[in-house]
Design a protein around this ligand. Structure first.
Ligand SMILES: C[S@@+](CC[C@H](N)C(=O)[O-])C[C@H]1O[C@@H](n2cnc3c(N)ncnc32)[C@H](O)[C@@H]1O
Length: 322
């Protein structure tokens, strides 16, 4: 059964073996998902505070109410063991060197009003972030650059499906030395911090436990998506997240065959990663142009003329089956 079946094909742009890109308002599309059918939602909403307002709070509140509507529908479609991961960038209030609290207010609304659990808070450190806003950071030099996004991992129950064994990171050099010769570097004992450093500490588990600080550069100026988009003489989506961000959560929170949904899918980074890891996927995006361009992620290695035909066909409203 095609993954988009429960939503019908009216909004379909293109489908692969495992997933489908749908074009439309996610409020409508989310409402069509069967209850308790999704293993993981992972998404990054558009930034708030685009219009100048006399009071920053008013804008923040409207943003939180707006976002909560989507998350409520997503919660209803989530399996009891499922997770919802939402990357929300920080922002200054329009025209003021004062930070907005929208990502924190949103988190509190999700937990207090929608009864979601904060399984864990993550921080995505974009190690290639350029300094901004220019006025506060570069010119007047009284704020440092803002290069960390909050990524809230929310769940419906206390025990969402998760396996950190799927996302182990390379051991540090000192840990590698210790693993080669444990008795030389440590003695099993109870540390003052009450950490019990037992004999298992010297066991090689294939990698170290990752932390909730994800250091991932968003330097995609030369990735295959942008390369193909440029070859077509077009402009890519301006606010993509790096593939490694959805990849981390897809690997940790789902298994092959599970369903992953992104309801602000932009250039469909999430769908691309889900497909590569054998997960089913659905991506929702309201701008047809972004939907059409995102098909290039699935056409690497095809002649550029054929890629152009696919993009143009989707832009014209055709449904493409890859
Ligand atoms: C920050 S971008 C997401 C980028 C994506 N993570 C990627 O890597 O390409 C947010 C996207 O949400 C889309 N969007 C905003 N409101 C929407 C709605 N109501 N329904 C569907 N998509 C929406 C915007 O058009 C934009 O492309």
């Amino acid at each position: 059964m095609p993954t988009y079946e429960p939503l019908g094909s009216e909004r379909l742009c293109y489908a692969t073996e495992l997933g489908a890109q749908m074009c439309g308002d996610s409020l409508e599309l989310l409402a069509q998902l069967p209850a308790e059918s999704v293993d993981l939602f992972i998404t990054s909403p558009p930034f708030p505070l685009q219009r100048k307002k006399a009071y920053g709070n008013e804008d923040q509140e409207r943003y939180v109410d707006w976002l909560t509507e989507f998350v409520k529908l997503a919660r209803d479609a989530l399996k009891p063991t499922g997770s919802l991961v939402i990357d929300i960038g920080g922002a200054y209030q329009k025209g003021r060197p004062v930070r907005s609290l929208h990502q924190f207010r949103a988190l509190i609304a999700f937990v207090d009003d929608l009864d979601l659990r904060l399984a864990e808070e993550f921080y995505w450190h974009n190690t290639s972030k350029l300094p901004s806003p220019i006025e506060w950071v570069n010119k007047r030099k009284f704020r440092v650059k803002d290069s960390v996004n909050t990524v809230w991992w929310l769940s419906k129950g206390d025990f969402p499906k998760a396996s950190i064994e799927n996302v182990l990171v390379p051991y540090s050099e000192s840990m590698k030395r210790l693993l080669k010769n444990p008795s030389k570097y440590y003695q099993p004992k109870l540390r003052a911090s009450e950490h019990d450093i037992g004999t298992a500490f010297g066991k090689d588990n294939g990698g170290a436990i990752p932390s909730n600080l994800l250091s991932i550069p968003n330097s995609q100026s030369n990735d295959s998506y942008l390369r193909l988009v440029r070859e077509l003489g077009l402009k890519g989506h301006p606010a993509r997240f790096p593939l490694k961000l959805p990849e981390f959560f897809i690997k940790m929170l789902t298994e092959p065959g599970d369903l992953v949904v992104d309801f602000f899918s932009g250039s469909n980074s999430t769908g691309r990663v889900a497909e590569s890891h054998n997960r089913k996927w659905l991506s929702f995006e309201q701008e047809r142009g972004y939907c059409a361009l995102s098909v290039v992620r699935f056409l690497e290695g095809h002649p550029i003329g054929s890629i152009k035909q696919h993009v143009e066909a989707i832009e014209a409203g055709d449904k493409v089956f890859l």
